[in-house]
Write a protein of this length. Structure first.
Length: 127
């Protein structure tokens, strides 16, 4: 069964590109466009990995990763944070909150895909 990837990005074009990238590489992608919808989705259908934008309206990616990593039901879900912020403090904050990887936009698709595969394999080993 293909791994489920939840894409959370308020930029619809970015979400579409990520959706296509995940789908063409054998994953089952889902997409939502804000943090609240992401948490609602995860309540009902737990993904194997989350690709999470940082800057979003209503609830930013930092809040989402904080919620996910503080709950025993979702703390083991790998999270890759995607952002246009290149500030070192943002990277540190993401890692302190429990993000598994952090990359800036525009991102290298091969590197992103490699990290998705690595984190999914690591997650399965720990299960």
């Amino acid at each position: 069964m293909a791994s489920k990837i939840l894409i959370v990005d308020d930029e619809k074009e970015v979400a579409e590109v990520l959706y296509y990238l995940m789908q063409t590489n054998g994953f089952t992608p889902f997409k939502v466009h804000n943090g609240k919808d992401a948490l609602e989705f995860i309540k009902h259908d737990k993904p194997d990995l989350v690709l999470l934008d940082v800057m979003m309206p209503e609830m930013d990616g930092f809040e989402v990763v904080k919620h996910l990593k503080s709950s025993p039901e979702t703390s083991s879900i790998p999270v890759i944070m995607l952002t246009c912020l290149s500030d070192g403090q943002d990277f540190e904050k993401a890692i302190q909150l429990g993000a598994d990887w952090y990359t800036t936009k525009p991102f290298d698709f091969k590197k992103l895909l490699s990290n998705v595969k690595y984190l999914l394999a690591r997650s399965k080993e720990q299960a």
